[in-house]
Ligand binder design. Structure first.
Ligand SMILES: CCCCCCCCC/C=C/C(=O)SCCNC(=O)CCNC(=O)[C@H](O)C(C)(C)COP(=O)(O)OP(=O)(O)OC[C@H]1O[C@@H](n2cnc3c(N)ncnc32)[C@H](O)[C@@H]1OP(=O)(O)O
Ligand SMILES: NC(=O)C1=CN([C@@H]2O[C@H](COP(=O)(O)OP(=O)(O)OC[C@H]3O[C@@H](n4cnc5c(N)ncnc54)[C@H](OP(=O)(O)O)[C@@H]3O)[C@@H](O)[C@H]2O)C=CC1
Length: 251
């Protein structure tokens, strides 16, 4: 099923197709999104609009389609992946603005849609994650990333599994009284005060001592298997390292 979330008509059509095929729509996860890197001073109006359209308008299109097509009548759970935006996102101001918009939209929808059969809607805000998305960035950026992970308080980046686990939690009855929140999944990086230069001892360049979660238990189709992360070699190297930490850690 092809879907461009920027197209409201297509969003409605896809939701209708799902409801027709399965008879219900229990949950919606808005994961699609992205941006290009650019300092704000070089960003054009069109570039800004493009990223806002994808992330903010696209998420609205999907939420509205799910509400109109099923959830307004039957309830359901919605989780949107945003990005950690606590201190803005230098060189990605457009996406920071769009994601902050989604977080606020989520709060309003939680209030307005809660009465509709208990719809719950929340956000998950990842910090830097070793993911397929890294292939979209320039080599120099990937290089920088591959050597900067120790600046995170956990001395590592996150994994796709760790984001997925938060999404699964928010969709599940375990989160039945959680509504309108933005759950940061960033290892505490948003709390750090920026570049730790001159303060390195607080960090651990040797590697992480925090447990790491990579991959769900092997399933029939292993849909969340880390083998499927199609990222640049340097990023996959990091992932292999995290796998080793994971094996030696009690989680
Ligand atoms: C890891 C780092 C941590 C840094 C922190 C980053 C944020 C937190 C971490 C997040 C990580 C991730 O999200 S990882 C996920 C990564 N995946 C992605 O980002 C997917 C990337 N791609 C896309 O979604 C799309 O291609 C998207 C960027 C929205 C562009 O959509 P379109 O194809 O419709 O747009 P285009 O036609 O190409 O371009 C439209 C206009 O946008 C502008 N534009 C487009 N590309 C441009 C570019 N490279 N530089 C300047 N400007 C550009 C121009 O003005 C274009 O107009 P013209 O000049 O007229 O052509
Ligand atoms: N990796 C990270 O560090 C972080 C990621 N995020 C966010 O997490 C989410 C997942 O990213 P990640 O897995 O890393 O990267 P990916 O680039 O692998 O995932 C982005 C997905 O969005 C889809 N997409 C983009 N535009 C559209 C559209 N118009 N309609 C439908 N689908 C679209 C892409 O589909 P296709 O492949 O077909 O183009 C792709 O599957 C994104 O929203 C990302 O911005 C947030 C913070 C940090």
């Amino acid at each position: 099923m092809l879907l461009n979330i920027r197209d409201a008509t297509m969003a409605s059509q896809v939701i209708q197709d799902i409801v027709t095929r399965h008879g219900k729509l229990n949950g919606l996860v808005n994961n699609a999104g992205g941006q290009f890197m650019s300092p704000a001073s070089q960003l054009t109006s069109k570039g800004f609009s493009t990223v806002v359209d994808l992330n903010l308008n696209g998420t609205f299109n999907m939420c509205k389609a799910a509400f109109d097509g099923y959830m307004g009548e039957h309830g359901g759970q919605i989780v949107t992946i945003v990005a950690e935006t606590r201190n803005g996102i230098p060189r990605a101001m457009h996406t920071g603005a769009a994601r902050a918009g989604i977080i606020n939209m989520t709060k309003t929808l939680a209030i307005e849609w809660g009465p509709y059969n208990g719809i719950r809607i929340n956000c998950v805000a990842p910090g830097l994650i070793i993911s397929s998305g890294m292939k979209n960035y320039h080599e120099t950026m990937v290089d920088l990333l591959a050597h900067s992970h120790w600046m995170n308080p956990t001395s590592r980046y996150g994994t796709e599994s760790e984001v997925s686990a938060s999404v699964a939690f928010l969709l599940s009855p375990a989160a039945s009284y959680i509504n309108g929140v933005n759950l940061e999944v960033d290892g505490g990086s948003s709390l750090s005060k920026g570049n730790p230069e001159g303060d390195e001892l607080k960090y651990n360049p040797e590697g992480s001592r925090h447990p790491v979660y990579v991959g769900w238990p092997e399933g029939v189709d292993n849909v969340h298997g880390i083998k499927q992360v199609d990222a640049p070699a340097k990023i996959n190297e990091l992932l292999e390292k995290y796998k080793a930490i994971g094996r030696s850690s009690k989680i």
